[in-house]
Design a protein around this ligand. Structure first.
Ligand code: ADP
Length: 627
């Protein structure tokens, strides 16, 4: 029994593969959490980091509140079951299960008690004297599970345990494992690439892609409210249909055009229209999603051409095409329809089950978003949110990058983290509840903020009651807030961002200006506005360029052209923070009191070059005279 918490966990393999980025999750005691995603998305790496089989590059892992990063796998009190059962062929089932306990010098009668209890749970008591070769695949997998159960681990980690089994056995083992979880009342973390396995087994599912968590939710919420196109199309079979569409208003009704003519126009119900993230999407091209089961054949006036009909007993799948479109449009009907291939039929979309996605970001733009985002401006220590000006917490301010200030930025927070009740250390904003959309697992509350286009959505439990049309305080915990620039790179960091400032001496030599600080000397052409003397030198966060070593140049990286060969300083890497397509790199520089930080393109990684030189161009610094 244990909570497992991953705080901003990263894994960069030697050679620079970014396998896992900013994995942040609290797994509660007794939960069954599934990591799902296509091959190579970082599921196993994350599981192996929890097990201690893989070093954590950055971030923290806690089990039951205890930091585990440096704890040996055998001392973590977890058990791992792999795809290959790895049973000892010469030992009986009993001995295979007892082996780990014998190694730990557990008393014999205690071993016997535990092996028999585990065998009973797994219903393999009659197999205890057999050897693995006399077992079926499913029985072997049960023994492999038994071997971990006898150890009474706090956490079970299962890495694709069913992928070696045939389809039928996989289905029955799925429910066996779910039952086992109920019996053992222990935390389970399960990795699979199979969406059906994930949807049927997990209390909560973590959907991953390319090393990034896409969404964490209950199966039903993932299915009802996918936060982006990837999650929407990854879960569900056959997968969601995605069609190009253009939104427009027609006499106060939100509609979408699916072709150039008027015969493919769909109309949104009022509640859906209200859930559109921003009015800016009206008149724009978007992606419209509808699941095959939410398309009704032989109704409405939209016509599609049926290519293939698949009868699956209790349901029929129609593979169709819309006029002038190449992509398949799939329809699932529950009854044995009389529709034939090579004919045109009319269809109607169930508009209560339509999804919209932004064409560029691929994020869901109707309904509860993955992250609420609102335009803000931060001036000095005040954040301006629509008509509200709020003084920022000093601690939060210390994590903001230079370009967070005096620029148009966006404040982001996940809907689950906003509270209507007072919480400590939170940004407090005033908002008015406009409408409520009840969901299966929660209710979605949509708030408006004065002076802001769009809404602020919250997920709250079904029993929370809030009055409509009344202004209330919303509490946004500072530690859950993100700030993004307009290209959607984060402009707040995990670590404190210190000013890149140091005392420096400026002197002239002929037409050159020399800036000395610590052991470093930088040389630039003389600047008429600067005289010799003492200054505060500040290196600009977004102008410093790492100089690649030979190995990196071989991999195709390019070095900057330098205005002066000496305008570089030696640095050693301290850490890095992924901001999106960019990276904030923290480095130690001789002479500076704190580490310095600078923004680079995320193809770079300090894990590839722990020590390097940093080029400081002509416009890469500011000199402020000392008083
Ligand atoms: P998944 O379990 O989702 O299939 P993995 O966690 O195994 O994904 O892999 C994530 C990424 O890390 C992949 O790009 C993979 O090639 C890479 N990777 C995995 N193991 C190693 C390793 N030992 N060294 C270098 N790269 C690795």
């Amino acid at each position: 029994m244990a909570d497992v918490t991953l705080k901003h966990v990263y894994k960069v393999y030697d050679g620079g593969v970014r396998a896992v980025n900013d994995f942040d999750l609290e797994i509660k005691d007794k939960e069954f959490v599934v990591f799902v995603g296509p091959s190579g998305c970082g599921k196993s790496t994350t599981l192996r980091m929890i097990a201690g089989l893989e070093e954590i590059t950055a971030g923290q892992l806690y089990i039951d509140g205890e930091l585990m990063n440096e704890v040996e796998p055998k001392n973590r009190d977890i058990a791992m079951v792999f795809q290959s059962y790895a049973l000892y062929p010469h030992m009986t089932v009993y001995d295979n299960m007892a082996f780990g306990l014998k190694l730990r010098h557990t008393p014999k009668d205690e071993i016997d008690r535990r092996v028999r209890a585990a065998a009973e749970i797994l219903e393999i008591s009659e197999l205890l004297t057999r050897k693995p070769k006399a077992l079926s695949g499913g029985q072997r997998q049960r023994v492999a599970l038994g071997r971990t159960i006898v150890r009474n681990p706090k956490v079970f980690l299962l890495d694709e345990p069913l992928s070696n089994l045939d389809a039928k056995l996989r289905v029955s083992m799925r429910s066996e494992i779910t039952k086992l979880h109920e019996k053992l009342q222990t935390t389970f973390i399960y990795v699979t690439h199979d969406q059906t396995e994930a949807m049927t087994m997990g209390n909560r599912i973590v959907v991953m892609k390319n090393g990034f968590v896409q969404q964490v939710d209950t199966p039903i919420t993932l299915f009802e409210d996918p936060s982006n196109l990837f999650v929407a199309t990854f879960l569900g079979s056959p997968q969601m249909n995605i069609v190009d569409a253009e939104l427009f208003m027609d006499d106060k009704v939100l509609k979408a055009k699916l072709n150039e003519r008027d015969d493919m126009v769909v109309e949104f119900p009022d509640i859906k229209a209200k859930e559109l993230a921003s009015k800016q999407y009206i008149g724009q091209k978007v992606l419209l999603g509808i699941r095959p089961e939410h398309v009704r054949p032989n109704q409405g006036k939209m016509s599609v051409y049926v290519d293939v009909v698949e009868h699956l007993g209790d349901e029929t799948i129609l593979y169709t095409k819309m006029e002038n479109r190449k992509e398949q449009f799939i329809i699932k009907t529950p009854f044995n329809s009389k529709i034939h291939s090579n004919e045109s039929i009319n269809i109607e979309l169930d508009m209560n089950h339509v999804y919209l996605f932004d064409k560029d970001t691929q994020k869901a733009i109707m309904g509860i978003p993955h992250e609420d985002e609102i335009p803000v401006r931060i001036d000095n220590n005040v954040i301006n949110i629509g008509e509200q000006a709020i003084v920022l917490d000093e601690g939060f301010k210390n994590h903001l990058l230079d370009n967070a200030f005096n620029n148009d930025v966006r404040l982001g927070i996940k809907p689950d983290y906003i509270s209507t009740e007072e919480v400590p250390n939170a940004l407090i904003i005033k908002a008015k509840l406009e409408f409520i959309d009840p969901k299966t697992d929660y209710q979605a509350l949509y708030f408006s903020l004065k002076g802001i286009d769009g809404y602020f959505a919250l997920k709250v439990p079904n029993d929370v009651k809030i009055e409509l049309n009344k202004e209330v305080n919303l509490y946004l915990p500072y530690q859950r807030l993100s700030v993004y620039d307009l290209e959607h790179n984060k402009v707040n960091s995990r670590e404190v961002v210190y000013p890149n400032s140091i005392n420096a001496n400026v002197s002239f030599s002929g037409e050159e200006m020399k800036i000395k600080f610590g052991n470093n000397v930088l040389t630039y052409p003389k600047d008429p506005s600067i005289s010799e003397g003492e200054y505060l030198l500040t290196l600009k966060q977004d102008k410093l360029v790492p100089i690649f070593n030979k190995k990196m140049l071989k991999q195709g990286h390019m070095n900057p052209s330098m205005d002066h060969p000496n305008n570089k300083i030696k640095v050693s890497a301290y850490d890095e923070d992924v901001l999106g397509s960019k990276l904030l790199t923290y480095v130690e520089v001789q002479g500076f009191e704190h580490y310095c930080s600078f923004v680079v393109n995320n193809e770079f990684s300090v894990y590839k070059m722990p020590k390097f030189e940093l080029y400081i161009p002509n416009d890469g610094f500011v000199l402020t005279p000392k008083q």
